[in-house]
Design a protein around this ligand. Sequence first.
Ligand SMILES: [Zn+2]
Ligand SMILES: [Zn+2]
Length: 315
Amino acid sequence: MSELRWHPLLRQWVAVAAHRQGRPQMPHDWCPFDPGSGRVPDDYDVYLYPNDFPAFSNDAPPFSPDTGLFRTTGARGTTDVVLYSPNHNLLPSQLTLDQWRKVIGLWIRRTNELFANPEIQYVVVFENTGVAIGVTMPHPHGQIYGFPFIPPLMERELESASQYHRGNGACIYCEILAREVEDGSRIVSANDSFVAFLPFFGRFPTEMQICARRHFQKLADMSEAEANSLASLLSLVRKKYDNLYGFPMPLMMMLRQSPAKGDHPYFHFHIDFLPIQRSPKKIKYLAGIESGCGTFLNDTRAEEQAAILRQTDPK
Ligand SMILES: [Zn+2]
Ligand SMILES: [Zn+2]
């Protein structure tokens, strides 16, 4: 069973889940996510699969926000695996638009369920891809965590957006997007509803953001047309990433939406892509300065990488 321990120096929760050490290295000839495994329906398009080794669990004791030295509390929450396709060997970059649209539909449905759960404060839809990231399962999938608290980096981002909004009534994301569109040098691609660009301040090599053109807060606020546009830009961006160095890009994809509870009109839906490949042969490790100090050394320049990605074949 997982527990949360309070880090009094950094003022954040650490999820201690010793049972996750027992995660098996999957046998090469069997995958629980494949139709016929007995673990998933024999016939599915996309599927929400409960994580077998959860960091957060519905069975854990309830979460209490009280903090202090040597404080622990229950890691109550949810963790699901989102299966993008029944096809074991498909890369996310090979999903059809129709399939991406189904994945987005599942993200929206699960987000709505978790927003209605009184114990969930924040819903993180994300994907870890690539052996270099530590993914043990090649089957195309992402994950959804329902947190009993707002995780610290999201809390910091929410504070920044809220403070900016209080200062001049504007949305910090809308302003950044307008400046990026005007400048153009860091734009990778765009469509009616979304813009993909490499942020001026990116921390990871070839870090990218997909930002909604319209100001809205969460997945469920998207119109049908916007969801279709998002599917199309996700597909394009993933193809470009995998073609950049000629092999699947190891990356983290993080969907950023408003917290599950309360009104957050200052927040603006976006997706961050955090790749860890800094050149065809080199991985970016989060070493002393990043892990120990929280300052990132980015070995790529957003302007140069964006120019290269604009030219990169999206096929
Ligand atoms: Zn599989
Ligand atoms: Zn906005």
